[in-house]
Design a protein around this ligand. Sequence first.
Ligand SMILES: Cc1ncc(COP(=O)(O)O)c(C=O)c1O
Length: 363
Amino acid sequence: MTTPAKRVFNFSAGPAMLPLEVLEASAKALIDYNSKGFGIAECSHRGKEFDGVIDEAITRTKSLLGLGDTHDVLFLQGGATQLFTTIPMNFANGPVDYLVSGEWSQKAAKAAQAAGAKVNIVANTEASNFDHSTAEKDWKLTNDAAYLHVCSNETVHGHRLAAWPKHPNLVVDASSEFMARPHPVKDAALVYAGAQKNLGPAGVVVAIVRKDWYARIPKSVPGLWNFQKQAEAKSMINTPPTFGIYILLETFRWLEKQGGLAAIEQVNEQKAAAIYSAIDNSNGYYKGTVTVNEQRSRMNITFKLPNEEITDVMIKDAAKQGLVALKGYRTVGGIRASTYNAMPLEGAKALASFMTDFAKKNG
Ligand SMILES: Cc1ncc(COP(=O)(O)O)c(C=O)c1O
């Protein structure tokens, strides 16, 4: 197998960089799975090879998250968008609460409204272009809501909930921070995450569903979008993205080798600290776009330079040094450096040092 002579530090928000070890093991399995003479993408999803893959992927997900038998682990399709569309169809058996803190939680709230759910917005920071999320003490919660939906890390705006809220029926879109720190998944009713940030390629979305919730599902929900039916079919009502799920399995193996979620969190903290300190020590040359420091994301670090022209120069100069995909999302502008699990500490340090030099030269 050929490994590229040079892999750049790729700060893409997703699809994003994956650990080389995961890519190499997956590439090998794509060509020849366990010396069978065929690759893992070339065999039936109903056969014993893929059955072993999905069983191990479920077991490893549970063990990484410390989950018991209260929840099912599903590997679905249609991305996080399909999930925030189908969650209200399945589980909104009464008014639902949504925290609107950025692009993604806003889209989720709109999808719930479109699905006919009675949506109460507990707080909304759109007026300040989602530069933070409202403190939990100021949320206007409904008594006995069917659930509370939050996005734990807003990928576009670069902030996170430092701790997941406590709620008897909590739904979390954890797409851009899933498995980047330990999560209290066992206390949540439903957690979902698109794979293309921390776990694998686009095309797979992980859903973890508390089993007592199945009783809520209306009979009218079609099988493909029915979480209970998907759980009963081990996520295989239709042909699943078998190779994508295989790559996730390799990532779970890799994560365990790193020491699990608490260990990866420590590295993620160091990566984020290196870049935030380059921002904070730049005498105002770089300005973080998030206004509440304790909400700063450890995964998507967003900041601005004095103007968009110099931002373009920085993006080009950084790319020449192997630091790529730094352009911020169109509604925010500036820079977004995504430092998911696969970004080595060395990459974050290289960006921080580049930023310091760039500010000195241009400030
Ligand atoms: C937090 C969050 N939620 C939802 C989505 C939508 O994911 P998908 O495009 O896989 O539907 C994204 C995509 O970037 C995201 O970052």
